[in-house]
Design a protein around this ligand. Structure first.
Ligand code: ADP
Length: 638
């Protein structure tokens, strides 16, 4: 094998490491960092290519080296020759063992740059992993086996890389040695890919004929392919524009991570500059409030700066005492980002549990957190064909487009313009698991046009007129538990006491307001969301609202609780065992469900999540319906 220029310089690097590790690290500190991902299916040669890059750059980090050393006595200490084949075997074995590991990150460096490469498994079910690995990447290397050409996986990976907003795509046509370095084959694959790239609006890409195994066009031009006159892979990786450089040209944005206030004389706003450049004296605007000020100082651990650019962590102090806290965004005064609470977005679903339209999730967008409700998807994308399919929900690894709304305004930019202010994750409120990654497209104009209409007669006036404090008695329990029976008695007793009430009953609501809904999990969530909204309006009218719905999921009951004024939501668990409810079988539904004539029946083939800490719990085995009603009324009317 020929010793390339890069290899020679690699030997110098070895010597330098041996001499003075600190000097070596110091030199790396000032190099720019390129993050990239490699995509390809199992046999396309990902491990070989990554091994080749590590091998030729000689910059293998200690842990990788240690793992390889334990495999073989042949491998010596850092700086000694490492067998290439052994390195590749080690990487491949590690990846196979690590099948449960989402993404493996490798580090290497050349004279010009540092690199982090994310190695993601290629199977379809790992869409989620690829999205994780790609979310911070500047570049993607799409590997294609020259003998196979553009495959379904090639299209899927390219689509995902494009979706995630990776600007630099490299089509690496690998194993050129196995097709006799034939230019015609290469050209045909590139033309094929061009057609596909145009069809998804992918724009430009860089095509490279390589052999990871033989080292052709990896660090230097290959003598085997004189017809190829472009850069080698490493040269391309060393010179391509990274995100941080591109982001510097955009307007200034600093998502505030925390407020630094060590004493009364100093108040600084700390965070990572996500785009643009800032200098003392620059006018800034704080979002979402819209207040303006000017930058006084740019403070860092290394002292004050005259200028800070994208990618730098700083603390800003402002000339005026303006309100600004975690989650706010400090932006160039003349070019601020948008503020909205309704959006269209692409979602990549990452949880085993399907998405439930109508359910509320935590949404994290940079340093901002809000409660978000997702509507049913407009469509789902088949990642193999890029076809848009109708969808009611999104399953694990599915990608779809949906509208969502948040409980407070978010400072944002379309993902295509700013990954930090346009990319978000959704978190399950109960399990705290990340269930989706999302990319904001735009705000819905509706959110700018629909404002809450202030009314002259307040809810307090309406309640005072009725001489009562509005509440919602939210009954929950299995079918046949006794919700309707007890709720009816409660209402009759309240009316006798001259209270103004309204009873919302599950079966009745399903005849009208919710007649379009069935009993799937998604429909049950929407059913409860609507009932919650109606109950809320009724409390605004000053009523005592009683609801009798199975409402099987904790998350929705919690959501309704959050909708109400503090203290106005009273959860009443009508606690009857499944055995007892089934024995009563008032409507004959349990018998039907057991006979398989009724699907999605709570307690049989659909879950019921009992309240953990309800305001009132009624054990129907221990009291009559009348006693239960008395007990409930005593709790709300002292
Ligand atoms: P749900 O509204 O929860 O589906 P229903 O109120 O329609 O339940 O049915 C409950 C049935 O159980 C009624 O026939 C009621 O008479 C009977 N039942 C027996 N004991 C009790 C009790 N202690 N509390 C409530 N209901 C009871």
């Amino acid at each position: 094998m020929m010793a390339s220029a890069a290899q020679e310089s690699a030997y110098q690097v070895d010597a330098l490491i041996a001499q003075d590790i600190n000097a070596y690290l110091e030199r790396h500190q000032h190099k720019s960092l390129l993050r990239f991902i490699t995509c390809g299916s199992v046999d396309d040669g990902k491990s070989t290519l990554i091994g080749r890059l590590l091998y030729d750059s000689k910059m293998i980090f200690e842990d990788q080296l240690a793992a390889l050393e334990s495999d073989s006595k042949k491998v010596g200490t850092q700086g000694q020759e490492i067998d290439f084949a052994l390195l590749v075997d080690g990487l491949a074995a590690e990846r196979e063992q690590g099948i449960t590991i989402d993404v493996a990150y490798r580090f290497f460096a050349t004279e010009k740059r540092k690199f982090i490469v994310a190695d993601t498994p290629g199977h379809e079910q790992y869409t989620r992993n690829m999205v994780t690995g790609a979310s911070t990447a500047d570049l993607a290397v799409i590997l294609v086996d020259a003998r196979k050409g553009v495959l379904t996986q090639t299209r899927r990976h390219s689509y995902l890389a494009h979706l995630i907003g990776i600007r630099n795509l490299v089509l690496a046509v690998n194993k050129m040695d196995l097709i006799g370095y034939d230019q015609a084959v290469f050209d045909e694959i590139v033309a094929d890919y061009r057609t596909f790239a145009d069809s998804i609006g992918l724009g430009s890409f860089t095509a490279l004929p390589i052999s990871g195994f033989r080292g052709d066009n990896i660090t230097a031009p290959s003598p085997n392919m004189p017809w190829y006159t472009g850069p080698s892979l490493v040269t391309h990786l060393e010179t391509v524009e990274i995100n941080a450089e591109a982001d510097q040209a955009k307007p200034f944005r600093l998502p505030v991570q925390w407020v630094n206030r060590p004493n009364l004389d100093f108040r600084g706003f700390a965070g990572l500059v996500s785009s643009g450049t800032i200098k003392p004296g620059d006018p800034v605007r704080i979002l979402p409030s819209g207040k303006t000020s000017t930058v006084a100082r740019i403070v860092t651990l290394d002292g004050d700066l005259d200028e800070a650019v994208a990618g730098r962590s700083i603390t800003l102090t402002l000339a005026d005492e303006v309100d600004c806290s975690r989650g706010d965004v400090i932006a160039a005064a003349g070019a601020p980002p948008q503020v909205a609470d309704q959006f269209e977005a692409t979602l990549v679903w990452m949880a085993e549990d399907e998405m439930l339209p109508g359910r509320s999730y935590w949404l994290k967008l940079g340093t901002q957190t809000a409660t978000a409700t997702i509507q049913a998807p407009k469509y789902q994308v088949n990642v193999n064909t890029m076809e848009q399919l109708a969808a009611k929900t999104l399953d694990l690894n599915a990608i779809g487009v949906a509208n969502l709304s948040t409980d407070k305004p978010l400072v944002f930019e379309p993902y295509a313009e700013n990954r930090t202010l346009g990319g978000f994750i959704l978190i399950d409120k109960l399990t705290n698991a990340t269930v989706a990654a999302g990319m904001l497209h735009f705000s819905l104009r509706r959110s700018q046009n629909i404002h809450w209409q202030p009314t002259d007669v307040s809810r307090d006036t309406l309640a005072a007129l009725k001489n009562q404090k509005p509440v919602v008695l939210w009954f929950t329990g299995l079918s046949g538990a006794g919700k309707s029976t007890i709720a009816n008695i409660v209402e009759k007793k309240l009316v006798r006491m001259n209270r103004h009430t309204f009873l919302l009953d599950g079966d009745n609501v399903r005849h009208g307001l919710n007649k379009d809904l069935g009993f799937t999990d998604a429909d049950r969530v929407e059913n409860i969301r609507r009932v919650g909204e109606v109950a809320k309006l009724m409390t605004d009218a000053g009523l005592i609202v009683i609801t009798a719905f199975i409402s099987p999921f904790r998350a929705e009951r919690e959501m309704v609780r959050q909708m109400m004024q503090p203290g106005e939501f009273i959860e009443v668990h009508i606690d009857t065992t499944l055995a007892e409810a089934e024995r009563r079988d008032v409507k004959g539904l349990y018998a039907k469900a057991r006979a398989g004539q009724l699907a999605n029946f709570t307690g049989i083939d659909s879950p019921y999540e009992p309240p953990e800490d309800p305001e009132i719990r009624i054990d129907t085995s221990g009291m009559t319906p009348d006693e239960a009603a008395e007990l409930i009324i005593k709790r709300i009317i002292p």
